[in-house]
Design a protein around this ligand. Structure first.
Ligand code: SF4
Length: 331
């Protein structure tokens, strides 16, 4: 379970029940607490790698302002901003592009207002889907906030709302009593040697698969995101082993699959190299194709021919070992 070493609280957050409860909890646990008018991370050092590590141990309690939701295509119609950031330290983290300078974890204590806004938006639409992990892994802080559980509970009365999020973590027990098929929980997976090589402070493959079993048993829709997929000499046999591992538990189950090849941005690469100067994550643009992206910046993706072969390979293996799975996309 994530154990923050420092808590920064926005003054206004103490007007909300979650803010009050967490303040009391962390005070009793003797964790350093700083209360600020506007919650800002104040680092004790200049070095970027040290600041990153410090941020990863810091939890900010804040109030989400405004009632607009950002788009979240292709995963869902809108982002549901309950949490930003993540306590993990993966060298290939996609957050390094937009949040490399903000490595702390921020939770919004006005979750009830956020959920109410989401319900209000959905009332004007036939169907609406929300994604809670656009810029976070929300599970490590769920034991503190119960925000996902409250959202799942609140959405269950609205047949036109779908809810989804993805995680690499396993602290899912508090969600087991509220499972429903309009909530999709996806686990992000990779072959174990890739997890051990590039990820830090995340659970291993077997633990994620065990947590996924609990989620399916609890009545949720289950999915897996295989990402980031690396293309190297023997990648096929490694990813086939991973698919077979999923098959050994989920033969015949209707699970969702999303497959995402490795990509990086200039900014993401810069951050990764500053924090992990000895990283072995492949970050050479010579081997990649530059592709302009929807958020106004480009990224380096594998070349067309490699992606084409990768897509054929995954489609073939999923058809062979997981024929009842639904492939949402392979990119
Ligand atoms: S678990 Fe996901 S969000 Fe967290 S550091 Fe790793 S890649 Fe980033």
């Amino acid at each position: 379970m994530f154990k923050p070493e420092k808590i920064i609280i926005e003054e206004k957050a103490l007007q909300y029940q979650m803010g009050k409860n967490l303040y009391e909890r962390f005070r009793k646990e003797n964790i350093e607490i700083v209360i600020q008018k506007r919650a800002n991370m104040d680092y004790s050092c200049e070095n970027k790698a040290e600041r990153y590590k410090e941020g990863k141990k810091t939890l900010i309690l804040a109030v989400k302002k405004g009632n607009k939701f950002e788009s979240c295509k292709p995963s869902a119609d809108f982002q549901l901003p309950l949490v930003s950031g993540c306590s993990g330290m993966c060298e290939y983290c996609y957050l390094n592009t937009r949040m490399g300078d903000k490595p702390y974890i921020k939770v919004y204590v006005n979750n009830n207002e956020i959920i109410k806004n989401a319900v209000d938006i959905s009332k004007e639409r036939e169907k609406t889907s929300f994604e809670a992990s656009a810029f976070s892994d929300p599970i490590p802080v769920e034991p503190y906030t119960n925000s996902l559980r409250d959202t799942i509970n609140a959405f269950k009365d609205y047949n036109n709302i779908e809810f989804r999020f993805v995680t690499k973590y396993t602290d899912v027990d508090s969600l087991l009593s509220v499972g429903n098929k309009r909530t999709t929980i996806r686990f992000s997976l990779n072959p174990d040697h890739i997890i051990r090589k590039y990820e830090h402070l995340t659970p291993g493959l077997e633990e994620r698969l065990k947590a996924s079993e609990k989620i399916l048993m609890a009545g949720y829709k289950l999915g897996f995101i295989i990402a980031p997929v690396f293309i190297y000499t023997e990648y096929r046999s490694d990813y086939t082993d991973l698919i077979k591992k999923i098959q050994s538990i989920y033969t015949g189950e209707k699970i969702e699959l999303e497959i995402i090849s490795h990509r990086f941005t200039e900014k993401g690469r810069e951050t990764t190299l500053e924090i992990f100067p000895n990283t072995k994550v492949p970050l050479s643009e010579i081997d990649r194709k530059y592709k302009f992206g929807q958020f106004g910046y480009g990224k380096y993706v594998y070349k067309d021919e490699e992606i084409k072969k990768m897509k054929e390979y995954f489609r073939g293996e999923i058809e062979r070992f997981l024929p009842s799975a639904e492939i949402k996309y392979i990119i």
